[in-house]
Structures are given as structure tokens and as C-alpha cells.
Design a protein around this ligand. Structure first.
Ligand code: SF4
Ligand code: SF4
Length: 499
């Protein structure tokens, strides 16, 4: 099944520190972006001749622009607290996947060119020249970080490896050495409107088909509108929601919630993507451009609210940056948060009796939930501390007869990445994805064996795709992963009067 060794799952989630196997992942790297993927984004088509000078120049720009980057590179005391906290280290045993070692790949070059001690004493103070070998190491190991920020939770100085990894990818893009998967996807968003390259007419067909399916299945005229001017809500959702399993079950759930709440809504063919891969390549310019597509769509359609579907990094970008990048949102209804998450929207309706749910519709299911790293460690829901943990759980509990959490060291702000985040959800990195999923798989296996869990709910398109692919490697069924709103879709009582 696999041309690499699949890790053996331990019975003690997150408590097993692996034996070091230096260089064991040095062979694995994603495909390099081609000129077709780079040039439309304003990057050099391929690695430029004077890449070394350009890379150092770009590092200087980033250090001047982002004070946090300089602080992170200056402040590590090598305490080792982060060393065994990365799922990629735990799954691969490669010491270069320890967060502190990953940081040092960039830190050593920073010291050499931007600190007095590094210029004077070089290797004695951990400084090293930027060579082709170092560049290759950057390319390999900064594409083995999903920017999940788990390590930063355990760092006494709060050093954010994700930000260092984003800076490294940005530098590589600026010398023409970016990754194909992310750059190709961003190019598609600008050309077509979404990550999958699904054009408007195909999207319309898909939505029409869903409308028919739901009518056949429920007898209710649940609409799946596109480009409807004057709708109250613009739904911005990951394009995987339009067709992939189990994502589409979530989209059907959103539509049923809007229908039952009597709230008009629409998707936009122009901004038909919630994902914002600008974050993965560390490009604030791309994040800005992609965010502004949502503003343009909202203005053209004359909506009053913006609601985001289930997508972890999209919610992180939206929650943290949408107001800065694409605001002011003074043309929207001020009574609602901008943006709002579909889980907040649904949870509010559950709390105020706006929808009714029947747990028996999900009978036989014992649920656990995977906290998406970008939701858990980079955002909030419900405008209350910890709302990003309680709101999804409240919605799930309202839909199913039994819910249990996984090991406390693997949930909430300590959640393990699914293994496919941060722009790594590409088949050329399958070995990394499978190995990086190990800590989550161990925690899942434990609740399956001890609590009878049958399904794991996720609130992120990348997590859903990743788990669907890697679960079978660990002997589990791919259909045990479900969308949170897939559960809502099953349980919602259409046509039943509100309280
Ligand atoms: S941000 Fe996540 S993937 Fe990157 S080093 Fe830290 S724990 Fe590992
Ligand atoms: S926990 Fe923080 S200070 Fe300690 S080694 Fe890791 S990055 Fe450095």
C-alpha cells in the first residue's frame, strides 16, 4: 500500500518521545513551482542566478517589516520544551523536524548576516553562510511544517515557528524557489475564483444538483443560490464543500440551517473560495488580494452579512485579518460580527430555539471531534474565551446521542495537526502526511477502543481531506470522518415550527 514505513501507533497518546533518526526525511520535498505558477503571482519564474543576494535582501525586508520575526529569531534559549511537541517529529523521528531545529535553519543564516556576533564569530555562535545546501535544506524542512503553532503553546517565550516557516517560504518564493502545490492553487483563485479551478457554470450545475437531491431526500425546497443580488448572507466556503465527501454534507447542512432559519443567502462565483493559501506561502500581499475578492463580491451582491463555512485556515485569515485587509465593512449590517463562522450562526439558532435538532437521526454514532489547529490556536468563536472549543462541541452535542473528547493532551490548544495543513495537502508529500498524522491517530485509536467512538467530526476542509486519505493507512475507515454540519444536516427538523 505504501512505499514507506507506516508508523506503529502507541497506546499512550503524546507521551512517547521517539528515538532520533537523523536525515530520515531529508529525501522528501514537494514539487518545485514552475514559471506558470510563479510569474502570475509576481515571483521570478525559476531560481534566479543571484538568488543568494536576493534571499538575504528579502530576509532583511521581512525583519524590518515584522518585528516579531526578529524577536523570535533572537530569543530562543534552547530549553528544548518544544522539541517533542511537533507531530512531524513524533511521526518521522527526524531531529530536523523538532521545532527548535527547524527554526535554526533560518536562525543560523539570520545570525550570519544580521547580527554582529554572527558576522564576527560565524559558526562559533551558530551562524552559517547561505549556501545551495542550506537552501535545499530550507526547501525540504520548511515544507515539513504545517504552521500549526502547537510548538509555540509550549515555548516559554511564545516563539512561533509557523511565522518563521512562513518567512522562509516567502524568501524562497522571492528567489523563484516556491512550491508548486500552493502557487498553482493561488493562481487558480485569481484566474477562476477557487482553489479547485471550478468555473461558474460548473459550480451552478453542482448547486442545482444538490437542490434536486435535497428535494428528493426531504421533500423540502432547500435552495443553493449563487450570485443572487440582495441576499442577506454571502456564504464563503472552501470549494471542497461543493463536491467532495464528507465536505458536501456540510454544505447541505449550512443550506438547511439557512432554509429553516428563513435567512436568504448566496455563494459568489467570483469569490467561490474561503481558503487563502497566501498564508501558507507567508505572503501578506496574496492574503490581501484574496481577501479583497470577498469584499468585491459582497459589494456587488449587496449582502448584509458574511458567513464562513467550515475551513480552518480560512477562518484564521478571516478572523485575524479580514477587517484589516478588506475592511471597513461599514456597508454590512452592524448587528452581526464580521466575519461570522457558520458554527456561530448555527449555535446561536440552537440556543435561541431558531432550529430544532433530533439526535435520533444520528443514532448509533459515538462522536469525537478534531480541533483544527488554525481554529484552536489562531482564532475564536462566539466572542468568549475558549469559544472556538465550546461552540463546535455544543453544536455536535446537540446533534448526536453520545460525544466524547480525545486525550486532554491532544485537544483544545494542544490539538495535534491532522498532518496535511499549511499547504502540505499534496500527494507528493504523502509520506509526511501519513507519518505526521500519527499523534492524532493514536488519540483517535484510544477513544475508539476505550469509549466506542465510531466517528470523528472535523470543521476544516483540509483536515477532512487529509483524514479521509490517511485513515486507511492506519487500518481505520475513511468514512468515519464527518463534517460538523453533516451531523446538523442529518438532525435538523425541516418544516418544524420554531419555539
Ligand atoms: S508549527 Fe506545527 S508543524 Fe511547524 S514546527 Fe511547530 S508543531 Fe511542527
Ligand atoms: S521552547 Fe522556545 S525557547 Fe525553548 S527551545 Fe523551543 S523555541 Fe527555543
Amino acid at each position: 500500500m505504501a512505499d514507506f514505513q507506516i508508523p506503529v501507533l502507541s497506546d499512550e497518546p503524546a507521551e512517547f518521545v521517539p528515538e532520533l533518526q537523523p536525515g530520515t526525511m531529508a529525501h522528501l520535498r514537494p514539487f518545485v513551482a514552475k514559471p506558470d505558477h510563479n510569474v502570475p503571482l509576481g515571483f521570478p519564474g525559476e531560481l534566479v542566478d543571484d538568488w543568494k543576494d536576493k534571499a538575504i535582501g528579502r530576509m532583511g525586508d521581512l525583519l524590518n517589516r515584522y518585528r516579531s520575526l526578529r524577536v523570535y529569531l533572537d530569543s530562543c534559549v534552547k530549553c528544548g520544551s518544544c522539541a517533542d511537541k511537533c507531530h512531524y517529529f513524533l511521526g518521522t523521528n527526524d531531529p530536523k523536524n523538532m521545532p527548535v531545529a527547524r527554526q535554526d535553519l533560518l536562525r543560523s543564516v539570520y545570525r550570519r548576516y544580521f547580527t554582529t556576533s554572527g558576522k564576527l564569530f560565524g559558526p562559533l555562535v551558530g551562524a552559517r553562510d547561505l549556501t545551495q545546501e542550506v537552501l535545499e535544506e530550507w526547501y525540504t524542512y520548511f515544507h515539513q511544517c504545517s504552521q500549526c503553532r502547537r510548538c509555540s503553546v509550549f515555548c516559554p517565550y511564545g516563539i512561533d515557528t509557523a511565522e518563521i516557516s512562513m518567512a522562509a517560504r516567502d524568501i524562497m518564493d522571492h528567489v523563484g524557489y516556491g512550491m508548486k502545490y500552493c502557487n498553482e492553487i493561488i493562481t487558480k483563485v485569481h484566474k477562476i475564483g477557487n482553489n479547485l479551478g471550478l468555473p461558474g457554470p460548473a459550480l451552478q450545475d453542482t448547486l442545482d444538483g444538490l437542490e434536486e437531491d435535497v428535494k428528493d431526500g426531504t421533500g423540502h425546497d432547500v435552495k443553493f443560490p449563487m450570485d443572487v443580488k440582495g441576499a442577506e448572507v454571502l456564504l464563503v466556503t472552501p470549494s471542497a464543500d461543493f463536491f467532495a465527501e464528507p465536505h458536501v454534507d456540510g454544505l447541505i447542512g449550512y443550506a438547511k440551517v439557512f432554509h429553516q432559519a428563513g435567512v436568504s443567502w448566496t455563494v459568489s462565483s467570483y469569490a467561490s473560495e474561503a481558503g487563502n493559501f497566501g498564508m501558507f506561502i507567508g505572503s501578506y500581499e496574496q492574503m490581501f488580494k484574496i481577501s479583497n475578492r470577498i469584499r468585491k463580491a459582497a459589494l456587488e451582491l449587496g449582502v448584509k452579512r458574511i458567513v464562513f463555512g467550515e475551513c480552518g485556515h480560512a477562518w484564521r485569515v478571516a478572523y485575524s485579518f479580514l477587517n484589516t485587509y478588506a475592511g471597513p465593512w461599514d456597508f454590512l449590517d452592524p448587528r452581526y460580527p464580521v466575519p461570522q463562522h457558520i458554527l456561530e450562526f448555527t449555535n446561536d439558532l440552537i440556543r435561541n430555539g431558531g432550529i430544532r435538532l433530533d439526535k435520533d437521526a444520528n443514532s448509533g454514532m459515538v462522536l469525537t471531534v478534531h480541533d483544527s489547529c488554525n481554529v484552536a490556536r489562531a482564532s475564536r468563536m462566539g466572542n468568549v474565551p475558549g469559544g472556538q472549543f465550546s461552540v463546535p462541541r455544543d453544536v455536535i452535542r446537540a446533534c448526536v446521542p453520545k460525544f466524547v473528547d480525545m486525550h486532554p493532551d491532544t485537544i483544545h490548544d494542544k490539538t495535534f495537526c491532522c498532518g496535511g495543513g499549511g499547504g502540505l495537502l499534496t500527494d507528493d508529500l504523502m509520506e509526511l502526511r501519513v507519518k505526521g498524522a500519527k499523534p492524532r491517530m493514536e488519540a483517535l485509536k484510544q477513544v475508539i477502543e476505550q469509549q466506542g467512538v465510531t466517528h470523528m467530526a472535523a470543521m476544516c476542509a483540509i483536515c477532512k481531506s487529509q483524514f479521509t486519505k490517511v485513515l486507511p493507512y492506519y487500518g481505520m475507515k475513511m468514512d468515519m470522518i464527518v463534517s460538523v454540519h453533516g451531523l446538523v444536516s442529518n438532525a435538523i427538523q425541516l418544516g418544524v415550527n420554531k419555539d
